[in-house]
Design a protein. Structure first.
Length: 565
């Protein structure tokens, strides 16, 4: 934020204490000096204090910038290895995408924690990205590690891929260097306003320069909780969608740091913590349980409004990483380990699907192997079988198996997955396919979710068709036996009410698209539309001509949405 003080003290940390190094009469000059001082690897930290004197003799001192860093002499920091390094970046903009930043966050986690910087701050700061390049052997180790993963089972040589990655790194460094020379404005009161402020600068996009301004501002906040609070305060009142999505990727960066404990507060077990992370990702977590209540409340509000897709993915990814880990779900009470596992599994089951699909199915299965005595392929097969039996109904079992077929488990266990699909063929009616305690709508949503999961699965084509046709047949019988369509199309009701109910039902997504069950419902709609003078009868009772015309237009929109018009 812009500030206006009489003078600015530039203080340097020495032996754990702040000492005045220089005084400047402008914020721009003071920040330039701070940047130069931080370029010295022996400098432990720099802060800028703005001073303002008043007529009554009092003064006001405000810290407007503060940054600490590790000094030379610390033990070397190493990269963290990852199992997968996607995407295969071809240009800097790929590097800045969510997938690339998540890999960056994991590999350089130790460095990021030591300097309290996000990937955004490093990638948009020439000084910080050069400092990363100069630190130990981090960048060469990371390039070698990623190149090795990305050239496995390909015709490309390791050296060629390393050269490609180094080329992308150099382009990223050069981009940051050019931005470093620009006298960009400070962060405005809103991020959308900042994007407008930098729009006239040439050579870079407003989005990139806006992130540079944001990175400069965040670098003065020396804690993860402080950065998150700063970002949430910007995102919460923001109305510009582009600005929110840009802030989202930075919030995602912070959520990849060691901040979960502060967000969730104390939890009795790892299982409870995993569930809390999933609740947070859905915006249903109780902020009162957090150690940073106000920040968490803003974050929950943003999550519940579906404003932070990247951050949501990072939170779910962190939860699933913990589920896949070797840490017990109930360390203090081992006898409740299986109970905690089932609680986590139940939380991952959402209306019509499994949260995070194949990633969750894989995590559930890997954790399930810990309850099996045998190891290796035999243990994994038994874990798959046991997990299917643990699901609350056959429809959920199909979802799980279908999602698992899209993971690496299918490489060795596709036959085992197919073998367990017998669970769906034994269900002839909806009550056997889905839990009876569900409402009619939720049963249809769940059955359709199982159908769609199978349709988009890695199952063999013939098996996939058998599963989807069987589930569609169960739904068709359900519509007929329970007279669902007749209940929506009551002859004694006004034709307008009947038509709207039927069309909304067809467009609600509770039946498989283009299946026989949906065709049955659509046929009833078409029969209504073909009645003589349908339009005239539809607007009967609406005296105002304009309102009648609007009613017909709105109905036509419903028809289009339902795929009928």
């Amino acid at each position: 934020m812009p500030s206006d003080f009489e003078e600015y003290e530039i203080q340097v940390m020495k032996d754990g204490r702040w000492n005045t190094e220089a005084v400047r009469n402008s914020e721009t000059l003071s920040r330039q000096l701070a940047k130069e001082l931080l370029g010295n690897k022996q400098c432990a930290g720099v802060r800028i204090v703005g001073n303002q004197s008043y007529r009554d003799g009092t003064t006001n001192e405000t810290v407007i910038f503060e940054k600490t860093q590790d000094v030379n002499g610390d033990k070397p920091i190493k990269i963290n290895t990852v199992e997968v390094a996607n995407p295969r970046c071809k240009r800097p903009r790929d590097f800045f995408g969510l997938e690339g930043r998540m890999v960056f966050n994991r590999i350089f986690r130790n460095h990021l924690e030591s300097v309290a910087l996000t990937p955004t701050e490093i990638l948009h700061s020439f000084q910080d990205i050069k400092r990363l390049q100069d630190r130990d052997n981090l960048v060469p180790s990371a390039v070698s590690h990623v190149a090795k993963l990305q050239t496995a089972n390909t015709d490309q040589t390791l050296r060629d891929r390393q050269d490609e990655i180094y080329g992308i790194v150099e382009q990223t460094v050069e981009q940051a260097r050019r931005a470093d020379d620009m006298e960009l404005p400070p962060l405005a009161n809103s991020f959308s306003a900042t994007l407008k402020d930098v729009a006239d600068f040439r050579g870079e996009t407003p989005e990139y320069l806006g992130m540079v301004v944001l990175a400069r501002d965040l670098s003065g906040v020396n804690s993860w909780t402080g950065k998150l609070d700063r970002l949430c305060q910007l995102a919460d009142p923001e109305t510009d969608r582009k600005a929110i999505l840009l802030l989202d990727v930075v919030i995602a960066d912070v959520l990849g740091a060691n901040i979960v404990q502060e967000l969730l507060g104390w939890k009795r077990s790892l299982g409870a913590a995993i569930i809390a992370m999933l609740d947070l990702a859905d915006g249903t977590f109780d902020p009162e349980e957090s150690e940073i209540t106000e920040t968490t409340a803003m974050l929950c509000k943003l999550f519940s409004a579906n404003a932070l897709p990247a951050s949501r993915r990072v939170m779910i990814d962190r939860a699933l990483t913990q589920l896949k880990s070797s840490q017990p779900l109930s360390r203090n009470d081992p006898e409740k380990e299986l109970e905690e596992y089932r609680r986590v599994m139940a939380r991952l089951l959402v209306p019509g699907g499994i949260m995070s699909g194949g990633d969750a199915a894989e995590a559930i299965t890997l954790r399930g192997t810990r309850f099996i005595e045998q190891g290796g392929a035999t243990g994994r097969k038994k874990a798959i079988n046991a997990t299917v039996k643990t699901m609350p109904d056959p429809a959920r079992g199909v979802m799980y198996l279908a999602e698992l077929s899209n993971t690496n488990f299918a490489d060795e266990h596709l036959e085992d997955i197919v073998e367990q699909l017998g669970v769906v063929f034994s269900a002839r009616v909806i009550d056997e396919l889905c839990r009876r305690s569900m409402s009619p709508k939720n049963r249809m949503v769940t059955a359709t979710g199982a159908h769609d999961a199978a349709l988009n699965s890695g199952l063999p084509e013939g098996i996939r068709d058998q599963v989807t046709e069987h589930i569609d047949g169960v739904l068709e019988r359900y519509l007929l036996e329970e007279n669902i369509i007749d209940k929506l199309d009551k002859p004694e009701d006004h034709i307008r009410d009947r038509a709207v109910r039927l069309v909304k039902f067809c467009g609600a997504g509770v039946l498989p698209a283009d299946g026989e069950a949906l065709t049955l419902a659509r046929q009833r709609v078409i029969a209504l539309l073909r009645k003589p003078k349908f339009d005239t009868h539809y607007i009967e009772g609406i005296g105002d001509a304009a309102k009648a015309e609007k009613a017909l237009r709105d109905f036509h929109k419903l028809l289009i949405g339902a795929g009928i018009a």
